[in-house]
Design a protein around this ligand. Sequence first.
Ligand code: NDP
Ligand code: 2IT
Length: 451
Amino acid sequence: MSNNEVLDFLRAKNPYELEYLQAVEEVIGSVRKVLDRHPEYESLKILERLTEPERIISFRVCWMDDNNEVQVNRGYRVQMNSAIGPYKGGLRFHPSVNYSILKFLAFEQIFKNALTSLPLGGAKGGSDFDPKNKSDNEIMRFCQAFMLELYRHIGDFTDIPAGDIGVGAREIGYLFGTYKKIKNEFTGIITGKGEYWGGSAIRPEATGYGLIYFASHMLETKDDSLEGKKCLISGSGNVAQYAIEKILDKGGVPITASDSNGFIYDPDGIDREKLAYIKKLKNGDRGRIKKYTEVYTEAKYTAYSHDDDHNPLWKIEADCAFPCATQNEVNALDAQTMVKNKLLVLAEGANMPCTPEAISILQSSAVLYAPGKATNAGGVAVSGLEITQNRMGVYWNREQVDNNLKHIMKDIHNVCLKVAAEYGSPGNYLEGANIFAFVKVAEAMKAQGII
Ligand code: NDP
Ligand code: 2IT
């Protein structure tokens, strides 16, 4: 099948999986030139095989809430591709979780993991469970019920999950504890563990830090830096918090943060004290970002409205933008506004935060744009380092892991530019990332035969 026929086939087969089709279409758009150079990929049906998950597990999760009522959720694991290593990717707990969302995330993960240079295949999982307004005991009971089924599908050389939206240190602890109890073994079957029980230093920080290392390299190509740059950040979870922290380290000025209800704009900048407040609010009290303006009255809160045709956060004039919340949070109107405001850089912290229309507007402007599979790969890269430490039975300190992370992000940045130039699209990070990762995975699939 030609590329277009593969897409038409997928559209007919998965008509409601809009996010999945979006992610596939983007990659297919980039790899046309690769297939001209490698006609054997077509006869080996690499695209058809890459877009059909190797395995999808879906299961019932029953648990008791604090009122002794039985609750039923659906759990999933999408084991997308194991050509270059065991399945690897996060777990998302959010009411929006469905096949489309997890297949798009697992598909993206194949290429992201290939970019890290570590031997990791692609996967994603999670549940439509909503962790908001649940007690700690309810979270624990849900995680235990979820792992009671998931445990038989994962393993340290089979599939190694981690966190994502709604799954942080607390959930990873309960999930790991349950696995250990069932299997009676202490192995590295999940990453993002606490640092004193098998976790890696810098894993909580890795995605946000890696994002800002990458963005700094992007600015360096223009002999520029983050020093003094006003930065827009969406989200206020794991990725956003550590992106803000690293922006501060680099002398930048973060001025926004958000959650699903609204965003805060602090014209004076979110300094270290204010960031500590956000961390406590979000990770400890699990409160809403609106509270920030009760303490820091110079900041303004704007609630999101369902009628908004775009996200007003992106209207604020700034130099850099880091969407760190969720998919499709930057649309064409947002991108047009950013271009008009002479934004310098947009680097994606979240997975697929820009719509295809937004990407093409950014790419045909002077804005430097780089996709999440390259810019947010620091998280899974340090997960890979956690796996290595677990297998070796060693602990690497913060400096060692951070140095590794810096090297990995620099290498990803450089390989994207190198491959983009080789394929006639200089400066196109998206094309460089897709082509480099696709060829790597395709070669592994070719070597391993038709299975
Ligand atoms: P968290 O759960 O820690 O934080 C998510 C943040 O995004 C919260 O502020 C949340 O607000 C907001 N958010 C979630 N869903 C929506 C929505 N539908 N609309 C608006 N805001 C929303 O997740 P992470 O920080 O870990 O993940 C953020 C993004 O980064 C995701 O796209 C994830 O896939 C990606 N990512 C994460 C990595 C990691 O290591 N954690 C690695 C690479 C990518 P609220 O509290 O209101 O829900
Ligand atoms: O999207 C991602 O890369 C993650 N949620 C982290 C995956 C991982 O296995 O660390």
